[in-house]
Design a protein around this ligand. Structure first.
Ligand code: HEM
Length: 503
């Protein structure tokens, strides 16, 4: 089996499932200024400088692992010293930051335009091997496929046709992130070789970026209040399976995560192999997902009042986990166990054997677990794996909010070796599709989407669950999560960047 172990210095570090221990993160979007004839390849030269710079500004997998381990060791030591669970340890800031760079197809086309041989990147082959990436997220057909809202409702930044690249910079504080961004902008010659994407209003320089941060009083939780980042595919060769915490049992048992998350030269369905510069990279899906926390609260309360379920239980039925992260399939009732965040991570090695956890619940729709053995039914399911590495944005919802300008949500980011098999299959064929799977379970209540034109008609989404009397109930409600824009990116390996993407 191919292993990642020998590639630690080649692969960009943010792809790793355990992730960089970040508190603040910016997603900065840039355009590559068309390389000038007499300054041939200016951006490629800058990219080469960026990838060979010492100390490194773009993090490798080795660097992110070291940072992770540094924090993890400190945490373990403090936990022992203070006699409390690791999760509850609050460490003083250990200043650190990491960065990843990624390109859209338009960005690669701009790079290609600056190379002498204008077919060297084999971008026409990319159209065959990775059609979703080649199309990007903005064409109308893609909006229709994903059931995304019409683009005039997206944030202006994401309506831009000039997004060529993105810097994803995480850090121990906002200050560390700003410093890191400034350094990279310096190497990439901001203003000459790259520029902000959105320059209509130069007075608001943040227009070309979106920032997120971990929730100050609820670190690790997304805005509906659930612990996030629990279940991730393990990477062959570098991740060890800890007792009870095996994230995706099925990945280890049946498939090879290296080929699912990090690109090899796999042919997939296409008879054309990927160009060599794409090896040891990954595809990054970015989506700004606004969460309507009030609607979530109202929905769960409404079902409590109807006497069907408690608010907490109803929430768990929608997500598939209690807010602590404990899976509903393991802890059926609202007990001390279901509230204990320290135990939740150790309960991830489970399969679904009944409908205690509704078939439509978010984590059941997006990870089939035991059903992967039913290979014949859905062979693509074996390959539908993503590593999630986003961050919440916006201020916490405090109830009784009158200010409609206050918004919040998730800056969703996930890595995969193939967008059609990863994010797209999950969103389109699993979460949006009410017939997927056995017994018409309804849509994923968290991320399911309906086409814009059918919104507001008898509620946007429909999902089913068994109430406490075992009676099947239908719940109809407007989407809790609204996409505000996004794009598909490719994350090249470090050697590819220092080699002009293979030229
Ligand atoms: C798991 C929330 C968007 C795919 C989870 C978990 C939470 C959560 C709380 C459980 C924690 C964990 O297992 O790590 C959300 C929210 C979203 C969102 C609030 C939007 C605002 C998405 C999207 C996708 C996705 C867009 C992919 C299309 C997954 C997967 C898991 C997961 C694969 C792991 C399931 C498992 O292995 O058990 N999500 N999520 N999520 N989510 Fe999401």
């Amino acid at each position: 089996k191919p292993s990642i172990a020998g590639k630690l210095d080649n692969i960009q570090g943010d792809i790793w499932s355990k992730g960089f221990p970040k508190y603040y993160e910016t997603y900065y979007f840039f355009s590559i200024k068309t390389p000038l004839l007499n300054e041939k390849n200016l951006f490629s030269q800058c990219l080469k400088n960026l990838s060979t710079q010492s100390p490194r500004l773009i993090s490798t997998l080795r660097m992110v692992r070291e940072d992770h381990n540094r924090i993890s060791t400190r945490r373990k030591e403090e936990a022992i010293k203070q006699g409390i669970p690791e999760k509850r340890v609050v460490l003083p800031e250990i200043p650190m930051s990491n960065a990843l760079i990624a390109f859209t197809i338009k960005g690669l086309q701009a790079i290609q335009a600056g190379l002498q041989d204008d077919t060297s990147l084999r971008l026409t082959d990319v159209a065959a091997t990775d059609p979703a990436f080649f199309a990007g997220m903005t064409p109308k057909e893609v909006t229709a496929l994903l059931k995304d809202p019409d683009q005039d409702t997206w944030d202006p930044l994401f309506r831009s046709t000039e997004i060529h690249g993105m810097l994803k910079i995480g850090g121990s504080s906002k200050g560390k992130v700003e410093e890191h961004l400034k350094n990279i902008k310096g190497v990439l010659k901001h203003g000459t070789a790259i520029d902000d994407v959105f320059q209509d209003s130069p007075s608001t320089p943040t227009d070309s970026r979106v920032d997120g941060w971990t929730r100050p009083n609820d670190r690790g939780k997304e805005h509906f209040g659930f612990e996030d980042g629990i279940s991730q595919p393990l990477m062959n060769g570098i991740d060890e399976q800890e007792p009870g915490t095996n994230a995706n049992t099925d990945v280890n048992m049946y498939t090879d995560p290296r080929l699912l998350i990090v690109t090899g030269d796999t042919k997939r369905e296409s008879s054309i192999p990927r160009p060599p510069w794409m090896e040891n990279g990954s595809f990054l899906v970015f989506r700004k997902l606004e969460q309507n926390v009030k609607a979530f609260e109202d929905l769960t309360e409404q079902w409590e009042k109807k006497g069907c379920e408690s608010k907490e239980h109803m929430g768990a039925k929608l997500m598939g986990r209690w807010k602590s992260g404990a899976p509903l399939a393991v802890v059926n009732f609202y007990t001390e166990d279901s509230k204990d965040p320290d135990k939740a991570k150790e309960m991830n090695n489970f399969i679904y054997e009944n409908e205690v956890c509704p078939v439509s619940a978010h984590i059941r729709k997006t990870n089939l677990r035991e059903d992967l053995t039913e290979n014949d039914k859905d062979p693509r399911a074996l390959r539908t794996k993503i590593i999630r590495n986003g961050i919440p944005y916006g201020t916490d919802y405090k109830g009784n909010e009158n200010n409609t300008k206050l918004t919040r949500g998730l800056l969703f980011a996930c890595y995969q070796a193939h967008i059609e098999d990863g994010f797209q299959n999950m969103q389109v064929n699993w979460s949006n599709d009410s017939t997927f799977r056995t017994g018409h379970p309804g849509q994923d209540p968290i991320i399911g989407q309906v086409a814009q034109k059918s919104r507001g008609v008898n509620g946007d989404l429909e999902t089913f669950f068994n109430d406490k009397f075992g009676v099947r109930q239908s719940v109809k409600f407007q989407q809790l999560v609204t996409m505000k824009g996004g794009e598909y990116f490719f994350v090249p390996s470090i050697p590819a960047m220092s080699d002009d993407l293979g030229m």
